[in-house]
Design a protein around this ligand. Structure first.
Ligand code: PNS
Length: 161
């Protein structure tokens, strides 16, 4: 039984993340999507909100677990007895950072393998930051985030105005 963890900030989850989640779920027996509780990144949504947005977006997929973690990813991976970490790669620009993270994690625990899934071309330009920038300025985020969370994201910025 291969357990995979797809960690991320998911602030908020985008259609690009969902694409990686669906594809990752086909190559592992159990997929855990884990929201990193990293307050130093000053996320727009709290960890609990980000978990709930993922739960809404994946309500049709009870086989996929949504969780959160604090501290080091490798400690969480060990705690969950996972075999692989899954990361998505959009462009060359992601590679340097993800390469460093994968090697740092391997330095900390040589048993941990990171698998990279290359994003679908449709989502190669998409990021949570871009979604937030659009929503902050009342732009159109249709098709960029799951429909069921679109209004929650737009409302978050209305509340902030
Ligand atoms: O979506 P992101 O921003 O790429 O996700 C980042 C996340 C949560 C996966 C990353 O920040 C992380 O792994 N944080 C835990 C701390 C850690 O283990 N860092 C690596 C060693 S310095």
């Amino acid at each position: 039984m291969k357990i995979c963890i797809y960690p991320g900030s998911f602030d908020p989850v985008t259609c690009g993340h969902l694409d990686i989640i669906y594809r990752a779920s086909k190559i592992c027996d159990k997929l855990i999507v884990a929201v990193g509780n990293n307050e130093s990144k000053k996320p727009l949504f709290t960890t609990e909100e980000r978990v709930n947005l993922l739960k809404l977006a994946l309500k049709d997929r009870p086989d996929i677990e949504i969780d959160s973690f604090s501290g080091l990813l490798i400690d969480y991976v060990k705690k969950r007895n996972a075999d692989f970490v899954i990361k998505g790669l959009r462009a060359l620009s992601d590679f340097e950072y993800e390469f460093q993270m994968a090697l740092l994690n391997k330095n900390q625990d040589p048993n941990i393998e990171t698998l990279f899934l290359v994003t679908s071309i449709n989502y190669s330009y998409l990021s949570s930051s871009a979604v937030k920038e659009l929503a902050r300025n009342k732009g159109n985020i249709d098709g960029l985030v799951p429909d069921c969370i679109k209004d929650i994201i737009m409302k978050k910025f209305e509340d902030k105005r």
